[in-house]
Structures are given as C-alpha cells and as structure tokens.
Design a binder for this molecule. Structure first.
Ligand SMILES: *Cc1c(COP(=O)(O)O)cnc(C)c1O
Length: 421
C-alpha cells in the first residue's frame, strides 16, 4: 500500500475538505531549501514550511545541538524545575528583543502563545482590580485556532461555526497612512466606550491575510493611544519574528515597543513545536502577591521542552551569524529586482517586498481557496516549487539558505503562471 493510501485510512488533515481534496503529497526527505516526495520529485520549499525552517531543513548546526541535548536531558516538568536550555534561551532572546521585554513564558505553538498573551492581559487588569473585558484587533488578522486566538482573528473562513462563542472583540482597519486620523478617532471612541484590556496585532505584515503590509507610523500612533489608556499592546510576531521582515522582529521598526510579544514558528527553526510569550516587568509584577491566585495559573505539559529549547538556541546562533544576515540581504535584493521586473505585467495588480517576504496580488477577484488557487498550486508543484497562494495573492518567504538559482526557479514558476490566470 502506498503512503497515500495508508494516510487516507485514519488521518484527518488540517485545513482540508476531505471529500474533495487531492490526496496529500508524501514527503520523505528534506535538506536546505529542498523537499523530496516518495517518487523522488524535488521541490523548493518557497515558504520554509510555513516560515519555520528558515535556516534550511535538517540544518547541521541544529541537528548537532538537538542531538547533544537529547543525550543529556529530554524532558522534565517545568513547574518547580528549571534547566540550562530554558535559561540560556531566555538570556539569548532577551538580548535581541526590544529592551522592555523582561520575562518569558513558554507555550507549545503560535496559537497558545497568543492565548497566553490574552490571558495575561485579562488577568493583569483583574489583578489590579479593574474589570476590562474587551479586546481590540485588526480586521483580517490571524492569530491562531484556539478560542482566544480565534476570537481576535478576523478571517471569517476559519471562524464561522464558532463566532457566537467568542471573547468580546472590537475590530479596526489596519493603518494605511502615516496620519490615520479617521482610524485614530475611531480607536479613541472604542477606548472611551469599552473596557479595553488589550490590543492584539500582527506588526506591519498580516501573514495569513495574504502578506498584507500596513504603515509603521500609523501603527505607532495606534499603539500610543492604547498605551495612554493602559491597554496592553500584544504583538503577535509568530510569523514576522526572526528576521523575516529584514529586522529580527517587526516591532523594531517602531519606537513604541509592545507590552507582550508572541513568538513561535521560526523560533525552533522548524524542528519542534514551541512558542514563547514575553512581557514587561510591569506586566509580570501585577501577578506578584501573597495569594496564590494572583499568579498565572496556566501551563502546558511540554513547557520549555529542553530539545525544543536547544533547537531555538541553535536557531538564534544562526540568525545572528554574518552568513544568515548576508543571506537575508541577498534575498531581499533579489526579491526587489524580481518585483521591478514583474510589476508592470498586465496580470499583476501590485507587488510588495519586505525582508524575505515577496508578495504579488493578481489583477483578478477570486476566493481564498477557489479554483484559481488550486490551478496555481498545481502549476508551481509541477515546476518543483512549493508555494501556497492565498486568494489572488502569490507570496514567497524562502529559507535564508535558498540559493540564487533556486530563487530564479521560484520566480520563473511565478512568472510562467501569469498567462494562465
Ligand atoms: C501561524 C500563526 C499563528 C498560529 O500559530 P500555530 O503554531 O499554527 O498555532 C498565530 N499568529 C500568527 C501571526 C501566525 O502566523
């Protein structure tokens, strides 16, 4: 029996309508920017497996670090215990995060990083004796699939059946200009008329919305208004973190740092599910007291798993290396050159680049998971390029180690799809 047939027997895949979906492609091997399927066909991983394997698959430096850790300490409860990989990771992360970030809480994935961030914000106000029950979030944001994270997400394809069970959220548009006066007025009204606890946002780039960019100065002003009302700013950098926007974190483009940050995906360089939620000393201090109930009673069994931490430490060593920083610049320059070449094509409505992110919108209207998307996906895969178009957006977010030749192959696949749409 083929892997596909065995898969079909018991496995329920994510984001999949099993009645109509094509069978999944069985991947047997990965190295650097490449994936191989069971028939030996090679694909360039043009989105670094959802922006996780940013330093390349099966990276030797990561393998060495995790293998060594696996022989030392595999797992221990993180309530009442600690260990070197967790402590070292906290030290190394704090060294590159905005300086107001002082405390780090471990979770299992991006959704639970956001979930913990929301709970922290709600309890922060509760512990201070204030009843704050409303969250502010951007339209079209994506923050994950657990209930709190889903509540702040604004992409209705995921949310339909659950909407009536959501937390209380008011939504605002993303700032498109440096002076978002109307938006600021709307935010001010929301802040005046609700008991707002936190503002959850993807800084500068909304990934799942189709790599939509928004204005940094405009965002800055929204954050300032929120801070003025003691509304905690929660930056969801699960996608944008670790160099993808051209800086280590997208929040570095702003003068106003977040109160809480959520990190996952590339955190563990594509080898383990782990996330962290970091916060300021001020947030942490609101949980101190003589009564146990003032503490943050939230835990995941695999919190701070030593193997995941060792992968993250090795990942940070790579991120801050000259080689990876140079690769980031090289890919950005290649993206810009490609953008220039393709933006006048009649089928292309707009092109944008930031760091490792390249995105283009096709000049057509289409459903997020419609026929055009399927056609494009098949076209790319046939050419040995793995990309996941979203609606009319085609985006590339390759691993740092993608070679120039591999980039050209990705660009070629994108260019050659245009006559088809
Ligand atoms: C992927 C993503 C999440 C959810 O992360 P999971 O690990 O899939 O739970 C949350 N926020 C953003 C911005 C993401 O891109």
């Amino acid at each position: 029996m083929s892997l596909q047939q065995r898969d079909k027997k018991h496995i329920w895949h994510p984001l999949t309508q099993h009645q109509t979906a094509a069978p999944p492609i069985a991947i047997v091997k990965a190295k650097g920017a490449l994936l191989w399927d069971e028939d030996g066909k090679e694909y360039i991983d043009g989105i670094a497996s959802w922006y996780t394997a940013m330093y390349g698959h099966c990276n030797d430096h990561i393998i060495t670090s995790v293998s060594k850790q696996l022989k030392e300490l595999d797992q221990v409860v993180f309530t009442g215990f600690t260990h070197e990989p967790a402590v070292q990771l906290s030290e190394r992360l704090m060294a590159i995060l905005p300086p107001n970030q002082q405390k780090l809480f471990f979770n299992d994935n991006g959704s639970t990083a956001v979930e913990a961030g929301i709970k922290m914000a709600l309890q922060y106000h509760y512990n201070k004796g204030a009843k704050r029950d409303t969250l502010i979030a951007f339209e079209e944001g994506f923050h994950g699939d657990t209930f709190g994270a889903m509540s702040v997400s604004g992409l209705s394809v995921y949310n339909g059946p659950f909407e009536e069970f959501f937390l209380k959220v008011v939504r605002i548009a993303t700032p498109t200009t440096e002076q978002p006066d109307a938006l600021l007025a709307q935010l001010e009204e929301i802040l005046e008329n609700n008991n707002c606890a936190a503002f959850v946002y993807e800084p500068l780039v909304q990934g799942a919305a189709g790599m939509k960019f928004h204005n940094a100065m405009g965002l800055e002003q929204l954050l300032k208004r929120c801070k003025h009302h003691d509304v905690l700013c929660i930056a969801d950098e699960v996608m944008t973190g670790f160099g993808k926007t051209g800086r280590n974190f997208a929040s570095e483009y702003l003068d106003t740092p977040p109160d809480i940050m959520c990190l996952s995906k590339a955190l563990t360089a594509g080898v383990a599910a782990m996330s962290v939620t970091t916060c300021t000393q001020q947030v942490f201090d609101a949980f101190l007291g003589e009564t146990i109930s003032k503490g943050f009673f939230h835990a995941h069994t695999y919190s701070a798993n030593p193997l995941a931490c060792s992968a993250a430490i090795a990942g940070l060593e790579l991120l801050t290396s000259n080689a990876i920083q140079d690769d980031g610049e090289r890919i950005y320059q290649k993206h810009c050159a490609f953008a220039k070449r393709i933006k006048k094509h009649p089928k292309v409505a707009s092109v944008r680049t930031m760091g490792l992110i390249f995105a283009l919108d096709l000049a057509l209207e289409t459903d997020r998971y419609g026929a055009v998307r399927d056609l494009l996906f098949a076209h790319f895969m046939e050419r040995g390029v793995f990309l996941r178009p979203l609606g009319n957006t085609i985006y590339i977010l390759p691993p740092f180690v993608t070679t120039d030749q591999q980039l050209e192959q990705i660009y070629g696949a994108v260019e050659s799809c245009l006559p088809l749409v």
